[in-house]
Design a protein around this ligand. Sequence first.
Ligand code: C2O
Ligand code: CU
Length: 501
Amino acid sequence: MRERDDDCETAMVRSRLALHKPRASGLILAGTGAFLAFGLSGCATGPNAPGHAEFRTPLPIPPLAESHLDVKGRRVFDLETRSGSREFRPGVRTPTWGINGNHLGPTLRMTRGDRVLIRLRNALTEATTMHWHGMELPAEMDGSPHQLVEPGEVWSPTWSVDQPAATLWYHPHPHGATEHHLYTGLAGFILVDDSQAETLSIPSTYGVDDIPLLVQDVAFDDNGALVRRKPWYNQVGPLGRTILVNGALTPFLEVTRDRIRLRLLNASIARVYNFGLSDDREFDLVATDGGLLAEPHRTRRIQLSPGERAEIVIAVQPGDRVALRSFPQELRSDFANNRFSGGRDTFELMELRARDVLEPSPPVPNRLASIPDPEPEEAERTRHVRVSSRTINGRAMDMARVDARIAAGTVEIWEVEGIAVPHNLHIHGVRFRVLDVDGVAPGPELAGWKDTVYLDPDVVTRLLIRFPHHVSPDVPYMFHCHFLRHEDDGAMGQYLVVPGE
Ligand code: C2O
Ligand code: CU
């Protein structure tokens, strides 16, 4: 069960060091060759290496969380964070954390117009929080570092769901420890439904042709415990070479209908995935972070950085066996950083196995949702946000400092720039639009509602953001890099929503 997750990287660094030894030109050539070979091909080791994956486990589908209506008509969910263990590989038990179970959490399903109440009990031995990523709600209910839940305590946020149908998610957010809490297993989906999306003929039977996929990379030590390794030359954060889908290693899914919708969530610390299918077939991208696109986008790849989501619809033929794969990514970083950020890696994630006879489902409609054109003229001001690995605008996160005071309901343009290496930006409490990237209007994959966006290093990404209406005099919302090592190290800021004039 031994597995060295960093073998390729170590070999690569050795070959780079060899470049500086002037002794034998043969060595220099060999080193250069190895450098180019590793740099161009990426690593092909581990259980998810193409050609090695075995697809033996049925894909686990997170259960739908039970809920009931209370006397005030609120939909009540009971959640408990606790410790447990899971057998990721046969015969090895790994200590984990989970929500209402040993590892990961149930799917919370809610409809626009619902009033929800969550009763979160923390049965861990350390304080945590629970953040509803992508949810538009008052800052007090957001589960940010300011809403710590001590061991044994219950936290009961409540809000009204008022946003379009979307794939959201939840995870802890304790300051400085988000990476640890999420990595150990605290994460789950939130599916928001609305009456408009319900009338669309896209696959929507949960667990049958509408499948949530939570993707995380992990690494284990010799005892099977989860570990996070970040070699010094890696600037993005720990990367594992074992990829879990809903907590399972290379699972398979039996497909019974001729179209299937996958809700992809990158719940990794630092790894970016470029999703596609092993036979390179096309699929329809139908939704991004904040909801449905105006129309489906036919493509072969969808790249997601940590925290981002996408929904795709794939057409399958009877008897098909096709793998969901992560291909080399477009990080747009320099050669070495691209390589050391996992940018050249390819992984087999899971297999779709179609039955020999499939139930028919209608094609994806040409119109999905009405999304207003972004109107930059509405913006009342422009703000510059520079994201580094430990700071935003040169300042590390300070729980006691507010970085921006923004009038309720106003619109701003944020000019965001990630410095030198891969970063992204997630803004709490809002859904935003991408105006342009380095002056160029975004492609279809960034044309819909977003709450997290990858930042091409050293270029400006402009966002158009309408801020929340809910005023909180002293509870801020967060904005931060969702590469969790960066977030924990200080690449996070706080904005306060103040009354307008
Ligand atoms: Cu998904 Cu502030 O986090
Ligand atoms: Cu970052």
